[in-house]
Design a protein around this ligand. Sequence first.
Ligand SMILES: NC(=O)c1ccc[n+]([C@@H]2O[C@H](COP(=O)([O-])OP(=O)(O)OC[C@H]3O[C@@H](n4cnc5c(N)ncnc54)[C@H](OP(=O)(O)O)[C@@H]3O)[C@@H](O)[C@H]2O)c1
Length: 369
Amino acid sequence: MKLARIMRRLATAALALTAAAFVVAYVRSSNDCETRLAAAPRDPMRAVLACDYGTPDVIRVARVEKPVPGDGELLVRVRAASVNPLDWHSVRGTPMVMRLSSGLRKPHDPRVGVDFAGVVDAVGPGVTGYRPGDEVFGARTGAFADYILATPARIARKPAAVTFEQAAAVPVAAITALQGLRDKGGLKQGEKVLINGASGGVGTYAVQIARHLGAEVTGVCSTRNVELVRSLGAHHVIDYTREDFTTGSARYDVLLDNVGNRSLSESRRVLTEQGRYVLVGAGGPNDHRWLGPLGRIAVMWVSAPLVSQTMAMFIARLSPDDLALLAGLMEAGAVTSVIDRRFPLEQAADAVRYVESGRARGKVIVTVD
Ligand SMILES: NC(=O)c1ccc[n+]([C@@H]2O[C@H](COP(=O)([O-])OP(=O)(O)OC[C@H]3O[C@@H](n4cnc5c(N)ncnc54)[C@H](OP(=O)(O)O)[C@@H]3O)[C@@H](O)[C@H]2O)c1
């Protein structure tokens, strides 16, 4: 009895301490926005910032100090950037669980944008392999700006025949498609792959990369995008407004799921006995606001020993080798960037808002002149 009472008190104290720590962390969570915006920059540049979490209305274009490359860094003059759902996730701070690392009350890092292409302006000490004037593309937070500090581990050379806009579209979306199909899905020549969400940023690259890997490709999209997906090389296209891909008789070796709108059992139904389900996306701003795909991941783990197929969530990892591989595929004409709309830097909020609508066909570009 006495032991039970002590345990209860200890548990209550632990809970109260955790709650107090959470409140303190919440109140103290901050960023350097005020300092950044108050200072008059000596060498100014434009940068897109979101100082608070919220809808794309919180996005603003500010004049901040142009950065100077430190050890191992390059300063890149951005010529074009591209928008990913990642950008609206960061601006909104959703799913909420993400705020445990990005900042509970405010984003630690207010800079917006990740994908960019541009020209090396200066190199810091210790950088080898690049020099001013080189044309590069890559990914790093703060891409919606006149200049960005990059590292060699997150960039590759842009082929001369590929425009800055085409290259800026590539990093997050195409690497996700490539790694999802090749590494996580283990897609092999002659296998059948279904790409759910074939007309968006990831999907348009996935269709082309799956074709390049020698697979038989089926894309799922709405009526207005059927021709686009077919023109990218899909052998079959399922219009989701007319046909439910989970009830058809076809069976696939890999399902690359950029939408996450069907249950796991429905998705497994269309896989072969040893098929692989690769979860890439988890819906729009009003879906799974607290935990994102964590619930789905938990179900995958629990059911893994009971089913013959493999199921996995996957987070792309930026690799300079994969960027270079994609550059080669673009140069050879095997992969092209589908560009839907372009917005000038000053309208970056509209660009993010448009991608957030979930209706983008291919990629949305932020031009930086
Ligand atoms: N795991 C990772 O590492 C990783 C990396 C990048 C992206 N992602 C996630 O992957 C998802 C896709 O990214 P994205 O860049 O391709 O997004 P996106 O460009 O915003 O996707 C828009 C496309 O989704 C299509 N779509 C919407 N509802 C659909 C449905 N029910 N069935 C089929 N297609 C549908 C739309 O076509 P219609 O207008 O024709 O419906 C539109 O073309 C996002 O959730 C993103 O957060 C994950």
